[in-house]
Design a protein around this ligand. Structure first.
Ligand code: UD1
Ligand code: PEP
Length: 438
């Protein structure tokens, strides 16, 4: 089983170029199924989840041409749609979360879609009600086989998708993408209120509009879609991964390193830079780069009334839940205390036990809240044998290991590889003592 061995405590130095965004790539790859014309996509990250989805597109007989690293053309003109009914798809589709977004395009183009219970991080309940309620509003019928964990949506015989108004119960990211991709072909007008509106959904809308869709309200939580008959080909470039960018900010602070993160797409980062600044981390916008100077110490701010800072997640434009594990680990070596409140997922904070074993001062108040008492580097973390429970806890543990005194070994690194391209090689380039052992 591959593992990472890290000798920590070394300051790092240099430049990091963020990869293309995992969660945008998953949406965009699914959207290539909406046309029989070629769609060229650039800046696709070379990571496990994305490569699995590309393999699924291959199994559907999408023609795939790679021009260069991260630069592919997809053409879905002669699809093997029966693949959706195969055992292979049950296995392949269940291996990642993003595959759920194959449903919207399939329903739009062929009037049916099937899906095994999707995979992704085991970080709490991850229900799909929003997706199916949306499809039902557009006229599809839903069925579920609990024995097989298999979901289906189908249009009744002779019926077409019909535009509708819907108020989503929650602003689900993949749910919004899925419903949107089905609605582009629905007759008449669809309105999705309480839609997720994060940059990756905006990117999807912009790409669909370039393909001929009619979507208004992009960037807001009310999307209005006028159905069209057909979409054409386009070119699209994926944004830098904001979660990776946040991970590198945390890494720089925790290891007291001077790091420049190149071409971050600052205007798409929302509250992320300011949230790290609340931990006292200095960072500068230099053109479109983020420069983080080496800092001996960073002091957590308190609220205006002097009370202890809380950092919590919320749907965009709030702070993304995917960066809370990184904020938490960085806080362990800050000066001061902070309450981390993970509102969306109930199993994402349990990895703090591993940080406590490394010497961090954390009180897990309940599954959603942890109080971190920063050590201001007075007592460094100690190297440990660790297992990565999920993608973001995994990178948080890796950051902890890079800052710790002594050697750490991280198992289950497939979790990290799901979302971080060539992680060990890129860290070595900025001076990390890390090796992958098979
Ligand atoms: C492949 C992909 O794109 N995955 C991302 C996507 O997952 P995904 O689309 O699966 O996540 P959802 O947006 O559906 O919801 C995430 C969780 O938050 C809860 N919830 C959501 C909205 C809300 O207003 N209130 C609320 O409590 C949901 O019940 C669920 O437990 O969005 C999540 C939330 O940003 C991210 O963590 C995932 O990395
Ligand atoms: C939770 C995440 O991913 P997924 O939804 O693919 O499990 C994540 O990227 O942090």
């Amino acid at each position: 089983m591959p593992k990472l061995e890290i000798r920590g405590g070394k300051p790092l130095k240099g430049e990091i170029i963020p990869q293309g965004a995992k969660n945008e790539a998953l949406q965009i790859l699914c959207a290539t199924l909406l046309t029989d014309e070629p769609v060229r996509i650039k800046n696709i990250p070379d990571i496990k989840d994305v490569n699995r989805l590309i393999e699924i597109l291959g199994s559907l007989d999408v023609s795939i041409t790679q021009h260069a690293k991260g630069d592919y053309t997809f053409q879905a003109n002669n699809l093997h749609i029966d693949y959706l009914k195969t055992k292979d798809f049950k296995k392949d589709g269940a291996s990642l979360r993003g595959s759920v977004m194959l449903m919207g395009p399939f329903l739009a183009r062929f009037g049916f879609a099937y899906m095994p219970k999707p995979g992704g991080d085991k970080i709490g309940r991850r229900r799909l009600d929003t997706h199916f309620e949306g499809f039902e509003k557009l006229g599809a019928e839903f069925r579920y086989s609990p024995e097989e964990s298999f979901y289906g949506v189908e249009l009744p015989e002779g019926k077409k998708l019909k535009g509708s108004y819907m108020l989503l119960e929650e602003a689900s990211v993949t749910g919004t993408a899925n419903i949107l991709m089905a609605a582009v072909f629905a007759e008449g007008k669809t309105q999705i209120y309480n839609a997720a509106c994060e940059p990756y959904i905006q990117q999807l809308c912009k790409m669909l509009n370039r393909m001929g869709a009619k979507i208004e309200g992009v960037g807001s939580n009310l999307l209005t879609i006028e159905g069209v008959e057909k979409l054409g080909g386009t070119e699209h470039t994926i944004l830098p991964d904001m979660i990776e960018i946040g991970s590198w900010i945390g890494l720089a602070a925790m290891t007291r390193s001077e790091i420049t993160i190149k071409n971050v797409g600052w205007e798409h980062l929302g509250v992320i830079p300011d949230t790290f600044k609340k931990l006292g981390i200095k960072l500068e916008k230099v053109g479109d780069d983020i420069y983080i100077p080496a800092q001996e110490s960073y002091e957590i701010q308190s609220f205006i009334d002097g009370s202890i800072l809380t950092i919590s997640d919320a749907p965009w434009p709030g702070f993304t839940p995917d960066l809370l594990s990184i904020i938490l680990v960085v806080a362990t070596q800050a000066k001061g205390s902070v309450l981390i409140h993970q509102k969306m997922f109930e199993s994402r904070l349990f990895f703090v036990d591993k940080l406590i074993d490394m010497g961090a001062q954390i009180i897990l108040c309940d599954p959603h809240r942890a109080t971190v008492i920063g050590q201001n580097h007075a007592t460094p973390l100690r190297g440990q044998t660790l297992t990565s429970p999920d993608i973001r806890a995994g990178i948080a543990l890796l950051i902890a290991a890079l800052s710790a005194k002594g050697t750490s070994t991280i198992f289950n690194i497939e979790q990290i590889d799901r979302g971080y391209e060539d992680i060990d090689e890129r860290l070595r380039k900025i001076g990390a003592d890390i090796r992958r052992v098979d």
